[in-house]
Ligand binder design. Structure first.
Ligand SMILES: [Zn+2]
Length: 57
């Protein structure tokens, strides 16, 4: 149980680190799949999100 929680937390840290890296490279806010804008609202809900609404579904 504790190990599962640990790995979940670790995954979240990795996602945040990846988001910061995308900020550095200018890729933040752009869909990883189609290259379109992800959208301000989606990023406010989850800044580590990597895909637009179209590609996430
Ligand atoms: Zn997309």
């Amino acid at each position: 149980m504790a190990a599962a929680q640990d790995s979940r937390r670790h995954g979240r840290i990795r996602a945040v680190e990846a988001a910061i890296k995308r900020l550095d490279t200018g890729e933040f806010g752009w869909c990883h799949s189609c290259g379109d804008s992800i959208g301000q609202k989606r990023l406010e809900v989850n800044p580590t999100i990597m895909r637009c609404r179209e590609c996430a579904t």
